[in-house]
Design a protein around this ligand. Structure first.
Ligand code: TYD
Length: 170
């Protein structure tokens, strides 16, 4: 079946104060009849407002549904550059646009979903075995990643074909 003809897309706008998040879902008709696994999930993070400004905080298993073992942040991404381009075998993560905006493209091998992240009080939960790329970084954007595992190069699938083979054999 021609995959170009067997997909449909929906756009979901999520207005949140000054944020203009949106989600774009592209689903293959071949998986519509099956129970679809959620591909990415937006998590509301707690936000405390005082006269002195805003504060958003998370803890292991509070706001983030796993034990946070590692945090890293991506910044100074040159215009037009793309990050990611891999999937993880065991690692789960939450991605937060703590400053600026960028697009996260997710692919579980059956369906693709794009998220615009531009809210410091929203996190995008990405499960294991999801191919992701991040692009369209605004100038000065900072991407905070909270991860369920320590850094382990063996947990990465860097080749898309290896990823597809992996998800069909585990
Ligand atoms: P990488 O995961 O490839 O970045 P991205 O997926 O966001 O494009 O990481 C870039 C480099 O940093 C790579 O050489 C691995 C190294 N790195 C660590 O040493 N520890 C870490 O926790 C992370 C995330 C990356």
């Amino acid at each position: 079946r021609n995959s170009q003809l067997s997909t449909m897309s929906t756009v979901n706008n999520v207005n949140n104060g000054n944020c203009q998040q949106w989600q774009l879902l592209t689903v293959s008709f071949s998986v519509l009849s099956n129970k679809m696994k959620e591909i990415g999930k937006i998590i509301d993070l707690s936000q405390k407002q005082t006269d002195e400004g805003l504060c958003t905080h998370v803890e292991s298993l509070v706001g983030v549904p796993f034990d946070i073992k590692r945090a890293y942040w991506i910044y100074d991404v040159p215009k037009g550059e793309s990050r990611g381009g891999h999937a993880h075998k065991r690692l789960r993560q939450v991605i937060i646009a703590v400053k600026g905006s960028f697009i996260v493209n997710l692919d579980d091998g059956h369906q693709k979903k794009q998220y615009l992240l531009d809210c410091p009080d929203k996190g995008l939960l990405i499960d294991t075995k999801i191919w992701r790329t991040l692009d369209d970084f605004s100038e000065g954007a900072v991407c905070l990643v909270l991860a369920s595992e320590l850094y382990d190069p063996d947990d990465y699938l860097y080749d898309y074909n290896d990823f597809i083979e992996y998800i069909h054999h585990v």
